[in-house]
Design a protein around this ligand. Structure first.
Ligand code: SAH
Ligand code: SF4
Length: 406
């Protein structure tokens, strides 16, 4: 290994060690039963072996849980009655509790899910307006360690990581809500057809749990959503991007939002740790990136801050050579936010410049505004903070971020 590889590996270890401090509570119910959702196939097989059962039982259970969506052992008809009863004594097939469910005038649906320890996150289903399909936006953390200045989740402290069961559970509960079980085969149409890991939290700061959940989602004998239908969004946790590409091979979205380190340091403070040049280098080597599978650069349009024509041209220059598309997101305001949304003319002009350079630059239409369902402003109604509090929290998080290497 070269010195640079050693450094990258050490950095990765640091990120993972830090993440372990925010582990979710154990996946056991108050009555001692263990939740089977979120176990890997190997773990499920080990549970069956511990009960003296053959490995094919794990395969059967997997099918019931992830293909059929069954939560009641009594209805798992291919398993003999006595074993069903023994399973029900030891295990459960859980879902997060639905605290609230709202459907917007534009059909966007938002859930506030509650976990066993009372922590809550939001999940959103955004249907395609033209076809019977849509994206489920899932969360990976309660709060976020980072504090991007335009993001409402950034105003909340990181409470904890979500476990694999809680991450995959959001998607399964969303499927329950639409009754989309059993899982359609991969080539058949699905209503809940893609997953975007763009809800609350930074998925690459909760890599192990996120990866485990996505592996379950992608498993062909269960939910069977292919990696091409999954997009993971990161604010730029460079040391984990390679692993994400190599191990999961999902589509990558990168929250760029600025074209100079000076501005990005301010609005995406993680940039002070992993500046633009390093971030783009990680994008250039992202496994599987090709013209058929582009990296999405997310760019939130902030009035008078990052929306000039010169910045559009600089963006084009920066990402040249990377198979890329640019997603322009009109800033979604929240109470106390220090920014305003760019004017529609500015957004259009920005899009045109990027487009003329041969890079697709769609403008993301705001969806679900009436129920505050936009990514980045999730769980907003539950917590309102003053500007002074926001500044203090951001400073605290920044200090923690800088102290991470110490
Ligand atoms: N932590 C990850 C994923 C969650 S945020 C990340 O930062 O990429 C998902 C996307 O929503 C990011 O691109 C984020 O920058 C964007 N976002 C956050 N707050 C927003 C807001 N108020 N308006 C528009 N987009 C926002
Ligand atoms: Fe965290 Fe992403 Fe929000 Fe930044 S934009 S604070 S990384 S959730």
């Amino acid at each position: 290994m070269s010195g640079a590889d050693d450094l990258a590996a050490a950095e990765r270890e640091r990120v993972l060690a830090k993440s372990a401090l925010f582990n979710p509570p154990p996946a056991t119910l108050p009555d001692g039963r263990r939740d089977l959702v979120g176990l890997s196939r190997e773990e499920l097989a080990a549970e069956m072996a511990a009960m003296g059962e053959k490995p094919f039982r794990a395969k059967q259970l997997w099918h019931w849980i992830y293909h059929q969506g069954e939560t009641d052992f009594a209805k798992m008809s291919s398993i003999a009655g006595p074993l069903r009863a023994r399973l029900a004594e030891r295990f459960a097939v859980e879902r997060p509790a639905v605290a609230t469910e709202q459907t917007s005038a534009d059909e966007t649906r938002k859930w506030l899910f509650r976990f066993r320890d009372g922590q809550q996150v939001e999940t959103v289903y955004i249907p395609d307006p033209e076809e019977d399909r849509g994206a489920v936006c899932i969360s990976t953390q309660v709060g976020c360690t980072l504090s991007c200045r335009f993001c409402h989740t950034g105003t909340q402290k990181l409470v904890r990581n979500l476990g694999a069961a809680e991450i995959v559970g959001q998607f399964m509960a969303a499927r329950d809500s639409y009754g989309e079980w059993p899982s359609p085969k991969d080539d058949k149409p699905r209503l809940l057809s893609t997953i975007v890991v763009m809800g609350m939290g930074e998925p690459l700061y909760n890599y192990e749990n996120t990866a485990k959940a996505l592996r379950i989602v992608m498993d062909h004998e269960g939910i069977g959503l292919s990696r091409r239908r999954i997009t993971l969004s990161t604010s730029g946790v460079v040391p984990m991007m390679d692993r994400c590409g190599e191990e999961l091979g999902v589509n990558l979205a990168v929250s760029l939002h600025a074209v100079t380190d000076e501005l990005r340091d301010e609005i995406v403070p993680l940039n002070r740790k992993y500046p633009i040049a390093e971030l783009l280098a990680a994008c250039r080597r992202y496994p599987g990136a090709s013209n058929a599978r582009r990296i999405t650069f997310e760019y939130v349009m902030l009035r008078g801050v990052n929306d000039s024509e010169a910045e559009a041209r600089e963006l084009v220059r920066l990402i040249r050579g990377i198979p890329a598309k640019v997603n322009l997101i009109p800033f979604n305001p929240w109470p106390g936010a220090p920014y305003e949304t760019s004017t529609p003319e500015r957004v259009q002009r920005f899009s045109d410049i990027v487009f003329e350079a041969g890079i697709s630059a769609p403008i993301r239409r705001p969806r679900g505004r009436d129920i505050m369902a936009a990514c980045g402003q999730l769980k907003s109604a539950s917590e309102k903070k003053s500007r002074a509090e926001l500044d203090r929290l951001a400073a605290e998080k920044q200090a923690a971020l800088e102290g991470q290497d110490a």
